[in-house]
Design a protein around this ligand. Sequence first.
Ligand SMILES: [Zn+2]
Length: 148
Amino acid sequence: MIEVDQNIINAITAHAERDYPHECGGMLIGKFEDGKKSVVETFPLENARDEADRYDRILILPKDVMRAEKYAREKGLDVVGYYHSHPDDKALPSQYDLDHALPVWSYIIASVISGTVVDFRSWEMEFDRSKFNEERIEGIDRKTAAGR
Ligand SMILES: [Zn+2]
């Protein structure tokens, strides 16, 4: 379960729509407490890949993870996950996403259809790396949150 408020969804939505038709990504900064994650703010990243590859492949560079972790630590927070967009695709994780996932982190995926975010979902990887499980998002109404 992950707790996210509407401001976070608005920030992810704005980033995803701004970068469309390219994929956007960023870190989720927040807290791990009592077996629950909460997101306090987003940490948008520049897409590290070449323009030609941007459409469906995004890479989280180790230096970006380190920057985000340093930023979070200075605020007494943690990196709790990663968000990215799927331009003209569903908010479901791809095999590529699974291959690059870290355990425990939440992966919020925004589906951007024709430039508008229409859906978003949060995923957490199974510990044996076999699949993602959808995670309940608390704190917002997922059905209406993206439908501005
Ligand atoms: Zn993806």
